[in-house]
Design a protein around this ligand. Structure first.
Ligand SMILES: CCCCCCCCCCCCC/C=C/[C@@H](O)[C@H](COP(=O)(O)O)NC(=O)CCCCCCCCCCCCCCC
Length: 216
């Protein structure tokens, strides 16, 4: 397992804070903070070992696509998820029904992370209510089968299933979160899950309204 005590140290608190500041009072989602939340999660995955590299690499490349938009000449349109959707749709920058000239739009890239956020929400809730002898591999697989797997082809589902089997147990998981005692972790998960759910729901509603849930 990679060292989780170096500068890349994960902290659940940090991820929680990032998702918290990502929401403005009027329920706009800041893309910069959304992406920062994902960066934190990737840190967590990287501290679990090399088996998870194929998953974190994909997340990192999607994060990078969004960061490039944010830092690009049209960055001012990418401040919030809402402004990104409006800008890309109004300017015909999204491949809506089949892949064409905009295979890596912000909308389709974010959709992939958004689907993964649903997995995270389901997984963290399972972790929160789990007992001491709960199996992270089962919680992870159940959450995956209930969400993200529906969007993945057989070969990815197979590879993901194999990765889940080597997930560390609940005690190691809790340790890597760097929160403190088990009670503290459970308490923080109790804060994190509703926060993540809220960001998920706002994004989901926006994608439903704009008919973007099936972007290729
Ligand atoms: C902690 C264990 C980590 C388990 C992660 C479960 C999710 C399994 C996802 C498997 C994805 C495999 C990689 C490839 C995916 C792509 O094919 C696929 C489609 O992309 P495309 O349309 O551009 O082709 N990509 C995706 O669906 C995006 C996947 C992003 C996965 C990010 C997973 C992040 C997990 C973060 C774990 C944090 C745990 C935190 C606990 C406190």
């Amino acid at each position: 397992m990679a060292d989780s005590t170096g500068p890349e140290k994960f902290s659940l608190q940090e991820v929680l804070d990032t998702f918290r500041v990502c929401l403005s009072e009027d329920e706009h989602v800041s893309l910069e903070h959304y992406v920062a939340g994902w960066r934190g999660l990737v840190k967590f995955m990287n501290s679990l070992g090399n088996v998870f590299t194929f998953i974190s690499k994909d997340a990192v490349s999607k994060i990078q696509i969004l960061v490039n938009f944010l830092n690009g000449e049209n960055g001012s349109h990418y401040v919030t998820i809402q402004s990104m959707v409006k800008y890309e749709l109004e300017n015909g920058l999204v491949d809506v029904s089949k892949r064409g000239t905009h295979p890596e739009s912000g909308c389709r890239t974010l959709l992939r992370l958004h689907r993964a956020l649903r997995w995270l929400e389901l997984f963290l809730e399972r972790l929160r209510i789990s007992k001491e002898d709960g199996k992270t591999s089962v919680m992870c697989a159940d959450a995956y089968n209930e969400s993200l797997s529906q969007h993945h082809p057989w070969v990815i589902r197979k590879a993901a299933g194999m990765a889940f089997c080597v997930l560390p147990g609940r005690p190691t998981f809790f340790e890597v979160m760097n929160v403190g005692s088990t009670e503290k972790v459970v308490e923080m998960l109790g804060e994190a899950v509703p926060m993540i759910s809220k960001v998920y729901k706002i994004t989901e509603d926006l994608y439903v309204q704009n008919n973007l849930l099936e972007l290729p």
